[in-house]
Design a protein around this ligand. Structure first.
Ligand code: PHE
Length: 439
């Protein structure tokens, strides 16, 4: 059977951006910046992006494009031993676990879109009212599990149609819409009272905020936001043709992703500050602080709809990308049809996500295990595979296929990629992890 492929390089790019841009950009990033030293955290994150995130993005797409296989098959082919095969399988499992808790969280978001429409979150006087509402909704198994289920159904509808007609077409449709909504929110935020103050707070550098744990957070975010370390980008790369340049396709992906994070931080901070509140932690920000803010500002109803819609769209294109490695694995390795593999994967992720949909702390636990441990490990496996097992000379040659001559052949670009993949990325991951966990 002929393997599926993207219709165009642009389609791939949008799908990769769709995967990268998600809850981490819109919800987690603004909070992290606010809590961990403002501009200092942004700089730390950008460093992680340049020396670790972007090189690993290139590495993962390269692994996929070279082998045209799912992560397990790809790692096995390039690593040529059983150990590497299991490393590939490990990344697939990570993606699967991510898809479980991500879907539960996205289900709540979908539920909140409906709650806004029903008018139940337009009149919240304070955080405790918002908290009460959130608890009563999420503790109702019918509410949380139904929306979790509904969100998974939406994903299945996209995934069922395959790579070109499903993933690519959905991203082409949803990504531009998402950008428009985000821009409208930024413009709205900047016209609010105290927008200048919000930006000042957001960007004030607080050097004392740098600790090993904060560095790990910046690194973890760079991984998570680019959908690395969990088979997603390897799988997306496996549908890419050798005619398409990896480096010049990955660059706009990392750029767009970073831009969305920064714009989201501006939107969230300006809007939240306008009513003299501060952005709370991830889940709290989304389901407690923001609903109160929306209840207080003018046009709050419309802004709330726009915001939750934005988040739901971003989450959908990410969730499908988290499920795709498992589907590709079942199709490639077990010879299943795409439809059967989609139903099986979605059913499994739905089941695993049920405890997350019911208990916030289970969701946060899954999130922590994935973001702080499994994902960085998956990224480390990818750079070790290419840098130390398969070999950089082969990798550089492979990168030159489809590359615009003038780009990769620039000595500096080639050296940057070489040094980051082989030395800096593995070193930084190990150093930060050791520091955070041991020291
Ligand atoms: N990149 C997504 C985000 O920023 C998270 C994600 C990772 C989704 C991996 C799918 C796969 O929210």
């Amino acid at each position: 059977m002929k393997r599926e492929a993207w219709g165009s390089r642009f389609g791939f790019m949008l799908a990769a951006i769709g995967s990268a841009v998600g809850l981490a950009n819109i919800v987690r990033f603004p909070h992290m910046v606010g809590q961990n030293g403002g501009a200092v955290f942004i700089v730390l994150y950008l460093i992680c992006l340049v020396v670790v995130g972007f090189p690993i993005l290139i590495t993962e797409i390269l692994i996929g494009r070279t082998t045209h296989r799912n992560p397990q098959g790809a790692f096995q082919e390039l690593g040529n031993t059983k150990k590497w095969k299991y490393a590939g399988l490990f990344t697939i499992i990570t993606g699967f676990v991510v898809s479980a808790f991500y879907c539960a969280l996205s289900g709540w978001i979908l539920g909140y879109v409906v709650e806004v429409l029903r008018g139940s979150i337009n009149n919240l006087a304070n955080i405790s009212e918002a908290t009460q509402l959130f608890s009563s909704l999420t503790q109702s198994p019918i509410w949380s599990v139904s929306y979790h289920f509904l969100f998974m159904i939406l994903c299945v509808l996209v995934l069922y149609s395959g790579v070109k007609k499903g993933l690519e077409r959905a991203s082409k449709l949803m990504m531009p819409l998402m950008f428009i909504v985000l821009l409208l929110l930024v413009i709205f935020g900047l016209t609010m009272d105290g927008a200048g103050q919000a930006l000042e707070y957001l960007l004030a550098p607080n050097w004392s905020a740098i600790t090993p744990a904060v560095c790990l957070m910046a690194l973890g975010h760079a991984f998570f936001t680019l959908s690395l370390g969990q088979g997603t980008m390897v799988t997306y790369g496996s549908y890419l043709s050798q005619k398409d340049s990896i480096v010049s396709t990955c660059f706009p992906v990392a750029l767009a992703d970073t831009l969305v994070s920064l714009l989201s931080a501006v939107a969230v901070f300006t809007i939240v500050f306008s009513v003299d509140m501060t952005p709370d932690a991830g889940i709290g920000l989304l389901f407690k602080t923001l609903p109160v803010v929306f209840s207080k500002i003018s046009f709050g109803f419309w802004i709330a709809i726009a915001f939750f819609l934005l988040v739901a769209l971003a989450a959908l294109t990410s969730e499908i990308s988290a499920l795709e490695p498992s589907i590709a694995y079942l199709v490639d390795e077990w010879g299943w049809s795409r439809k059967k593999a989609t139903l099986f994967t979605a059913g499994g992720a739905f089941a695993l996500g049920i405890p997350c949909a019911l208990y916030t702390n289970v969701l946060e636990f899954f999130d922590f295990i994935c973001t702080a441990i499994m994902i960085p490990m998956g990224g480390l496996f990818a750079v070790l595979l290419i840098g130390w097992r398969w070999g950089m000379p082969k990798a550089i040659l492979e990168l030159s296929f489809g590359a615009k001559r003038n780009l990769l052949h620039r000595y500096a670009v080639e050296k940057y990629i070489y040094v980051c993949i082989k030395y800096i990325a593995p070193f930084v991951i190990i150093l930060i992890a050791a520091n955070a966990f041991l020291g």
